[in-house]
Design a protein around this ligand. Structure first.
Ligand code: SF4
Length: 393
């Protein structure tokens, strides 16, 4: 808190940046133009002070994680997003995988004796994985393990599935909720503005369809997350436009839990020629997201995508959640060139990663109910984990 006062009283501070800092201190919302200004002129240290102030006002040192695993039912896809390193076109489907409901249930059953709380399901879009396919899987999963939270699919899959089933977004979401769906992850948002979306993800659901499916889920009492794929061909104002659309929907429904900036990774896609942004830009982006998204409770970083060390750093730039144990069940990040090629962390590793930067590790469930505070937990097998990075207070 003291740092924010020091910053505001610095006579050399750009007056526009001081005005934004005063708004943050007064818990006032910043405007679209101020968001763009932060991207254009906000130095990293300044942004870190503001974002950390908001993070600590909302959560103190609490840093959330969960115990989860992923199921990726297929990496074959009817769409052809230019940034996607993960999918195989239908015509090349023999290079990919397509699971049956029983294959997915076998994965769920592997965790029968483990304290996981969530299964996160996402992947490509293929015709046979339709409304009945997922309803069948959700019902069987809930019958087998009622306590497992099903966080599944994105508006990209739902838009396709509901259209085939001739259902409205509301009817489709209601049907799947009754089958066992609990909440939605935040994927498929990419960049909403058509100037960018039409170049990188032309054929899948558009911004209005993505937002409407989340709105219908919220109206049904479900919670969801939202992502933004940044650091490719978009300009700064496209990022602010993206966040603005989410902020407006959140004002209406309050159904979003976390905002998750996703770094564009350039390996193995049709956009390999587009350079990746630096870690500095990653941290600036987390911080601006924390400042701009005033009505989102949580800013999340996927450690598996940005590396463990950057995830530790991000905790001083507005991030309060670093996702879950994963157990090497996702290929989305590794296929796009992330440092983590077999992403998995034990609870002990996640806890120590957080404790080593002087934050409090809190295990949560999907809905952010606290399961356990690991601040003073003593593990039997005490081995040093990861770098001890400097803490910016
Ligand atoms: S990003 Fe998703 S919708 Fe787009 S091609 Fe990849 S799997 Fe398909």
């Amino acid at each position: 808190m003291q740092n924010l006062d020091v910053l505001i009283n610095d006579s050399k501070l750009d007056p526009n940046l001081r005005a934004i800092a005063l708004k943050v201190q007064a818990n006032e919302r910043i405007s679209f133009d101020e968001g763009v200004y932060l991207y254009q002129h906000g130095p990293l240290a300044y942004l870190g002070v503001l974002a950390n102030y908001i993070r600590e006002m909302k959560h103190g040192d609490n840093t959330y994680f969960n115990r989860n695993f992923h199921i990726e039912p297929t990496n074959v896809c009817v769409y052809d997003c230019k940034f996607c390193a993960y999918s195989r076109l239908i015509k090349n489907r023999e290079d990919g995988w397509e699971m049956e409901v029983e294959d997915m249930l076998d994965i769920v059953k592997k965790y029968d004796n483990e304290a996981v709380t969530e299964v996160h399901i996402t992947g490509g879009v293929v015709p046979k994985q339709n409304l009945e396919f997922y309803a069948d899987f959700f019902r069987k999963t809930k019958a087998h393990r009622p306590d497992l939270h099903i966080k599944a699919l994105t508006p990209v899959e739902y838009y396709y599935i509901f259209k085939k089933a001739k259902l409205s977004h509301y009817e489709g979401m209601k049907f799947l909720k009754e089958a066992g769906l609990d909440s939605m992850p935040g994927g498929g948002a990419e960049i909403f503005h058509p100037e960018v979306r039409e170049k990188i993800a032309n054929d899948k659901c558009n911004a209005e369809q993505w937002l409407d499916i989340h709105e219908q889920a919220h109206l049904l009492g479900m919670r969801s997350n939202a992502t933004m794929l940044y650091g490719h061909i978009e300009e700064f104002w496209h990022r602010v436009d993206h966040m603005e659309r989410l902020r407006q929907l959140q004002d209406r429904t309050k159904g979003f839990q976390a905002f998750i900036p996703l770094k564009f990774r350039n390996k193995n896609s049709q956009m390999e020629h587009v350079p990746e942004v630096s870690v500095i830009e990653d941290l600036r982006n987390y911080a601006i997201a924390r400042i701009y998204m005033d009505n989102f409770d949580h800013i999340k970083a996927y450690w598996a995508m940005i590396s463990r060390e950057t995830a530790q750093l991000s905790l001083n730039f507005g991030v309060d959640d670093i996702d879950g144990t994963l157990d090497d069940t996702t290929k989305i990040y590794s296929m796009a060139g992330a440092e983590e090629q077999t992403p998995a962390m034990s609870t002990q590793e996640l806890v120590e990663l957080i404790r080593n930067v002087k934050r409090k590790p809190i295990e949560r469930d999907t809905l952010y109910n606290v399961i356990k505070d690991y601040t003073d937990e003593v593990f039997d097998d005490k081995k040093p984990q990861f770098y001890k990075l400097p803490v910016i207070n």
